[in-house]
Design a binder for this molecule. Structure first.
Ligand SMILES: [Zn+2]
Length: 170
């Protein structure tokens, strides 16, 4: 199995990072985070070496998103991008997930250990878990959803019902 591991991060660490990104987009008090606007407009404005690219299905095949931290580039498949524009929760989450790889998974933070087959690495060092956790924290702000139902969260945050339910128990 080809698994890599990342520097350990707790959900609390990841929540803090999501909070900083929300600050950059100017919306700590808003339920909805516009991830498309952040990647397309805000981040290139802050960092002019960052590139956001929308690629065709033919170019990206089964990859919904691809991040090259060394090149400072995020690529998103066109259908994913188009659905994210019209608020598909799953596709918005894909874009938030890729943002975390860009921010955190540079060469110096990632290593490739030999892990016995069928042995799972713990979540807190799994880069995919970290990126998913970040996506949830960024799109569903922990401090604002208390007392809301899953349906309200899904509607107001622009996420899927399952993502909303999942985030409620964190
Ligand atoms: Zn990933």
């Amino acid at each position: 199995m080809n698994q890599c591991i990342a520097e350990p991060l707790s959900r609390r660490d990841i929540r803090m990072m999501a909070r900083k990104i929300r600050l950059l987009e100017g919306g700590l008090g808003k339920l909805y985070f516009d991830i498309v606007h952040f990647l397309e407009i805000t981040l290139p404005k802050i960092d002019d070496s960052f590139t956001f690219t929308v690629k065709t299905m033919w170019e990206m095949k089964d990859c919904h998103g691809l991040t090259y931290p060394e090149r400072n580039e995020i690529q998103i498949r066109e259908d994913v991008y188009e659905r994210a524009l019209v608020d598909s929760g799953r596709d918005r989450l894909t874009m938030a997930h890729e943002l975390f790889h860009l921010l955190q998974h540079q060469k110096e933070n990632i290593s490739f250990p030999r892990i016995r087959e069928n042995k799972r690495i713990p979540a807190y060092i799994d880069p995919e878990w970290q990126a998913d956790a970040f996506g949830g924290e960024l799109l569903i702000p922990h401090h604002l959803i208390k007392g809301m139902t899953a349906e309200e969260i899904a509607f107001q945050c622009g996420v899927s019902l399952s993502a909303a339910k999942c985030q409620m128990v964190k």
